[in-house]
Design a binder for this molecule. Structure first.
Ligand code: PLP
Length: 274
């Protein structure tokens, strides 16, 4: 991590995501990760989830105009060096976020990189995105993404491609790229048969990069996806190029999973790591 000295303005990153009252995922995970990675974190909250280690028992969506206004006021005053989206809850919020990104120069065709974590459900299977909003993720969000970071369930929901073995990952990546992001990182952590965890980064320019790592024997992985995408976003905010930022993010999540801890009666979170 490289933080400037006292009194010096650091690089900044913005997360547009949902609150996890249990503190393990969502906005809380993103802000912890941004801090640990040496950037100033900002948040535009899209939904307030009612959540603990046992799961999500409900959520309250924030009005789309309030989401848009949060993004506008922080980026026009403080400025964001990179932006990430997590839980977006509804098609209305997705459309508002997409329009605001265009207005503020955020996204693959613009100056400020946009990392889209296409969050659909929690690891307990609780829905975090209206079924009717999947089309908006495909049609208005992914075409604006510099990088998207789906897990295997999200790949299936977005493209219909079912990944059951490592050899399917390339086909899955191509199907996601056809929806318009510049890069896709397929998180293969749920390929349980593998003893290690090889994620695949593929670019629309033909780049193919395997990111191997050990599989840690922990069930406490709550917030893992958010934390990986947030670490990549922080590295982009620090000025790293995309491939380098994804390698930094992968290193960070491996350490965060290795340091995960039990909490409550259910699933504990991955840790922040200094
Ligand atoms: N709650 C919020 C607000 C999230 O954004 C996410 C994931 O992105 C989750 C819960 C689910 O996290 P997990 O699947 O790691 O339990």
């Amino acid at each position: 991590r490289s933080t400037p000295g006292p009194g010096v303005t650091p690089r900044t990153a913005l997360t547009i995501a949902g609150s996890d009252s249990g503190g393990g995922a969502g906005v809380q995970a993103d802000l912890k990760t941004f801090l640990a990675c040496g950037v100033h974190g900002m948040s535009a909250i899209t939904a307030v989830t009612v959540q603990n280690s046992l799961g999500v028992s409900g959520f309250h969506e924030i009005p789309a105009e309030t989401v848009r206004d949060q993004v506008r006021v922080v980026t026009t005053d403080i400025g964001a060096n990179a932006v990430k989206t997590g839980m977006l809850a509804s098609a209305g919020i997705i459309e508002a976020v997409a329009g605001t990104c265009d207005e503020l120069g955020i996204g693959r065709a613009a100056e400020i990189p946009l990392v889209v974590d296409p969050v659909a459900a929690s690891m307990h299977g609780d829905s975090l995105l209206a079924d009717s909003a999947l089309g908006a993720v495909r049609e208005v969000l992914l075409p604006r993404a510099t990088l998207t970071t789906p897990n295997l369930d999200e790949v299936r929901l977005l493209t219909g491609v079912e990944v059951t073995r490592r050899a399917d990952l390339r086909k899955a990546a191509e199907a996601v790229l056809a929806l318009g992001p510049r890069w896709v990182l397929i998180k293969a952590g749920h390929l349980a048969a593998d003893s290690d965890c090889v994620d695949l980064l593929v670019g629309a320019g033909g780049e193919v990069i395997e990111l191997p790592g050990p599989r840690h024997p922990t069930e406490h992985t709550h917030g893992g996806g958010d934390t990986l995408a947030a670490a990549v976003t922080a590295a982009l905010a620090q000025g790293r190029d995309l491939v380098d930022a994804v390698r930094v993010g992968k290193r960070y999540i491996m350490r965060a999973v290795a340091a995960a801890y039990p909490l409550g009666g259910g699933v504990g979170p991955v840790s922040a790591f200094w």
